[in-house]
Design a protein around this ligand. Structure first.
Ligand code: IYR
Length: 223
């Protein structure tokens, strides 16, 4: 049995149903205003804001509470330049034939291409790494559990926290992205997961006209 000393009373707020509904609607309303932004302003963002949104992300649940994530916040212009260069090199190969015709067609509405100026313009690139295992002082390795699920959840919370604070984000998927391990000098147990430029939208920034699936297409209820 678990050591009762290691347990604490849960801090839980029980709310009236009406209040819960109102909060749920307001939260949906706020999340529904989040849009992926591909055109950033160079306006600086204080590091403290990035620290707070990473703090929020790092509250995510994880397999056996291993918290198998590292967030690397890159504001250094030279590093951003190197990341952009390496990412564009891979994307030129992707757009030049490594992606299928169907994939390229599916991306058309977003107007993406191999050019990634936002990697230099956005004041911060938050690179999310997943930690496959941990190494004890003795050198013994322990695998982490449900690493993709845990880091995916933490990243979702990072995007929500940034949006809530008033920051725009882009979920960028450079592929392949091993170059991030080298450029950022990360240890062997870490693998890049996602690259998230954060900052303010460029003046006059436009986003594709997207429609979110209605509830009856995303929710199946058996009651
Ligand atoms: N990694 C490429 C292609 C790409 C993939 C997805 I999924 C997108 O939503 C957008 C682009 C790129 O970043 O250009």
């Amino acid at each position: 049995m678990a050591d009762s000393q290691a347990f604490l009373p849960l801090a839980f707020t029980r709310r009236a149903t009406e209040v819960m509904l109102q909060r749920a609607r307001a939260f949906h309303g706020e999340l529904d205003r989040r849009r992926t932004v591909r055109h950033f302003s160079a306006e600086p963002v204080p590091l403290e804001l990035i620290q707070e949104v990473v703090r929020a992300a790092s509250t995510a649940p994880s397999g056996a509470h291993k918290q198998p994530w590292t967030f690397v916040a890159v504001g250094d212009l030279e590093l951003k330049r190197r990341i952009r260069e390496a990412a564009e090199e891979e994307e030129r190969i992707n757009y030049g034939g490594r992606m299928s015709e169907e994939w390229l067609n599916d991306l058309k509405p977003f107007g993406t291409d191999a050019d990634k100026p936002f990697l230099e313009i956005a004041p911060w690139l938050v690179v999310v790494f997943k930690r496959a295992y941990e190494t004890e002082a003795s050198g013994r390795k322990h695998q982490n559990y449900y690493v993709n699920e845990s880091v995916g959840i933490a990243t979702g919370m990072l995007l929500a926290a940034a949006h809530h604070a008033g920051l725009a984000t882009l979920t960028h998927t450079p592929s392949p992205m091993n170059f991030l391990t080298h450029v950022l000098g990360r240890p062997d147990n870490e693998r890049p997961f996602l690259l998230i430029p954060m900052g303010f939208p460029a003046e006059g920034c436009q986003v594709p006209r997207l429609v979110r699936k209605p509830l009856d297409q995303v929710l199946v209820v058996h009651k």
